[in-house]
Design a protein around this ligand. Structure first.
Ligand code: GLY
Ligand code: MN
Ligand code: MN
Length: 439
């Protein structure tokens, strides 16, 4: 998509943000909104900072990711961006923002965040979104819950601009995934694959939406495996990679699993892949996301029975909780500026909580889907030592074929994760689309 096209999409997005702010400010009795990007944080006893992660509520207005900046919005006026460009010779001061979005703002360049107050004119009843700082102290209410709820609730439905950003984040992630698979096939170590991923995705580590999960063999049974083994292993059986990328602050969150050779584990991957596609097809407006999670348990039960891992019927495997031994996390979550995006449990714009299904504590999204929601669909089948050990001794242990489990346990586990947009005409699978475009 060309620059003019994305700038038109951004203009539409900003209009939507202003309309949401107009409604929320009027409902909560505020005259204006200030959204802070946040400040750098320093290590204890040190002058080094952690990587800067901008306030996602700020980033929902601007792609910019500079510390100590502010979006200032008064209903009826153009928003302004109070842009902090310090006079500094220790660090390179941030360049003035440029690109498809800048023309939508009145840009006010300041040398210190304290200048925010002068730039605002007279006193007003401000709502301030962001961590309290000296720059915003005394200006108004910080993170007023009712206003924040209303804005966060609306964020679940992405605008066409946001979906374009996520399509671009998917394309970058897929470039990384393809380099990673090539590294696996060529005998690279986990660490080497990580480096190839970053290079192909065009990201330094701190620009990744989350730490790459690059897991060989039994490491794949650790859901958020966090190490990168430096040594090349002589014979690797399987490879699970959960890694994403960002565009303008929006994330992709993609998982693929590969077997080194054909056989039982590859058949299990193929079965889960087919089930994953069917689950992704359920991503439609009006669908209760909790139903997709429960459908995933039914599908995984079918696979476990068909592959001789679980005895009895799929219905019994679900009813007795045996599927949770092999699939102990949720089917997915909202995705956007945050990898687990805001508002997943909200009952309505005023707040309140939609409960998780009984017995499913790790599901991260309980809402009915609406057009434009972007969610992940990430079923898994894992052979996790601690869960298997518990299952062995409980009353449903006889439902599991332990010889089959022992044969598959060295492969660790499988997860297949796509990013899917709900539309009335049918889902748009950003991940499959990006893999197809890259092949
Ligand atoms: N990569 C984190 C997740 O899939 O939720
Ligand atoms: Mn995910
Ligand atoms: Mn993931």
């Amino acid at each position: 998509m060309s620059q003019p096209a994305i700038s038109a999409l951004y203009a539409g997005h900003l209009r939507e943000m202003m309309a949401r702010a107009d409604r929320a400010l009027a409902a909560q009795g505020y005259e204006g909104l200030i959204v802070a990007s946040g400040s750098l944080r320093y290590l204890y006893l040190d002058d080094n900072s952690y990587p800067f992660k901008p306030n996602p509520r700020y980033r929902s207005w601007v792609p910019d990711g500079t510390p100590d900046c502010f979006v200032v919005y008064r209903p009826g006026s153009r928003p302004s961006l109070v842009f902090h460009q310090p006079d500094d010779y220790w660090y390179m001061p941030p360049a003035l923002p440029e690109g498809y979005w800048v023309g939508s703002f009145d840009l006010k360049v300041v040398r210190s965040p304290a200048e925010l107050k002068q730039s605002l004119g007279g006193a007003m009843r401000w709502a301030v979104l962001g961590e309290p700082s000296a720059a915003t102290e005394g200006l108004g209410d910080h993170d007023p819950v009712a206003l924040a709820n209303q804005m966060d609730y609306a964020r679940a439905a992405k605008t066409p601009y946001e979906i374009e950003c996520m399509a671009r984040a998917s394309a970058a992630g897929v470039r990384g995934h393809r380099a990673a698979e090539a590294g696996f096939r060529a005998g690279a170590s986990e660490y080497e694959i990580h480096l190839s991923y970053c290079r192909a995705a065009g990201a330094r580590e701190e620009e990744l939406p989350y730490n790459n999960i690059i897991a060989f063999d039994t490491h794949a049974a650790v859901l958020h495996y966090q190490h990168l083994e430096r040594r090349r292993a002589p014979a690797v059986r399987s490879f699970l990679i959960d890694a994403g990328a960002q565009f303008a602050g929006y994330s992709s969150d993609i998982t693929r699993t590969y077997a080194a050779a054909s056989g039982d584990f590859q058949s299990l991957i193929d079965a889960l892949d087919a089930a994953q596609l069917k689950l992704a097809d359920l991503v439609r407006p009006g669908r209760d996301y909790r139903e997709i999670h429960l459908a995933a348990h039914r599908a995984i039960a079918g696979i476990l029975v068909e592959h001789g891992i679980v005895r009895g019927t799929p219905e019994a495997a679900v009813a007795e909780g045996v599927t949770s031994v092999f699939f102990p996390h949720g089917i997915g979550h909202l995705l956007g500026l945050m990898v687990h995006d805001a508002g997943g449990f909200m009952a309505g714009p005023e707040g309140g909580t939609r409960p998780k299904p009984e017995g499913h504590p790790y599901l991260r999204l309980t809402r009915d889907l609406e057009a434009g929601f972007v969610v992940t669909i990430e079923p898994g089948i894992y052979f996790i030592e601690s869960l298997l050990a518990k299952a062995k001794t409980n009353r449903t242990g006889h439902m599991i074929d332990w010889k089959r489990v022992a044969a598959l346990q060295p492969f660790g586990g499988i997860r297949i994760e796509d990013n899917v947009v709900a539309y009335a005409g049918g889902p748009r699978n950003l991940t499959r689309e990006a893999f197809a475009a890259a092949s």
